[in-house]
Write a protein that binds this ligand. Sequence first.
Ligand SMILES: Nc1ncnc2c1ncn2[C@@H]1O[C@H](COP(=O)(O)OP(=O)(O)OP(=O)(O)O)[C@@H](O)[C@H]1O
Length: 366
Amino acid sequence: MFLQEHQKILHFRNHYELTRKNLMVKNLKRFRKQTDKEFGKLEAQSWDFFPSTFELPSEYHIFVEEFKRNPGMIWIMKPAAKSQGKGIFLFRKLKDITDWKKGEYQPLPDPNIPKDIPETYVVQRYIDDPYLIGGRKFDMRIYVLVISFNPLKVWLYRGGFARFSNTRFSLDSLEDTYIHLTNVAVQKTSPDYDPEKGCKWSAQQLRKYLVARHGIDTVRLMFTAIDNIIIKSLQSVQKIIINDKHCFEMYGYDILLDSSLKPWLIEINASPSLTASGQEDYELKFGLLHDVLNVLDLENRLTGKEKRIGGWDLLWDDGPVFIDAMEQDAGLPSILTPNSFLGCDNQRKSQLRETYALAEAFKNSS
Ligand SMILES: Nc1ncnc2c1ncn2[C@@H]1O[C@H](COP(=O)(O)OP(=O)(O)OP(=O)(O)O)[C@@H](O)[C@H]1O
């Protein structure tokens, strides 16, 4: 098909290399192994941002060995090619997956999969100590725009959000999806879900809260670790993706923080949901798409040297790009202590109060 210079297509041809759960992990593991060989163990450790994962049924035996090495560990089973929490379940004992093994576990029969072929799953270590706010688990949805894989050019959106579970976290009932799965598709079916109050915080709200609790330096380190996840995951498929100057990709990264604020990559979505759950969410998604069009620059208005376009910051342009991260934290103290309000001007005081009011309101609403 002939495309004119200004015509663009969403998706590179084999984007599933990064967006199917089993293939993403296969590519990440291959790259980590290669890094270990070429640069040593220490460098390879910077790839330890995805929980231990195996493809089933093909890696069942390696999984069983790992399972036995880690008694008591909780595992999560996920169909490789489904989304919205469909078919996901948690388990502690091998016998809990015997139904699945016998091919009798059919949460939602898939007409595209013949009955005699077992559906591909991934089994993954469950992060059982998530960072909690108001007693609830959340994950972060981060938007990433790739306009070229070769050379790699990546934009990161400042306006992502955190998606909270509606129910307080506990390890007592592993079968309760409202506790363990934070995707909106699951949470919105919860009986007490309120779309306007929602289960969402903007990335800015989350950042303010974390800065107030842990200080700017810790939070910056955490966000740098997230940048590392984004770049390394893209590099792991850089040579595999069929690059095309007409193609672009807007990924939705799902990142989970554990109790030590370490970010873990859960999955990368090729077509992140653009459905709005309320007015604020509508504005976010609308702004996001508007800014995507500006980065794509279909009318050739930009110089190509821009580092910030709307809510998008250039993160990688065949190498790291440095833009002033300080701006994000302007007006926040390095750490919040009982004395932090003293000596603040009124604007700053109300900013801090707002952060805490948010956290308290959230705690009390459960
Ligand atoms: N290893 C894990 N440890 C802890 N929680 C996890 C893990 N994997 C998934 N989850 C939880 O389950 C939810 C759904 O997982 P995941 O995003 O992999 O599935 P999905 O069905 O593809 O969802 P989506 O609709 O986001 O595409 C996550 O949002 C997260 O809350």
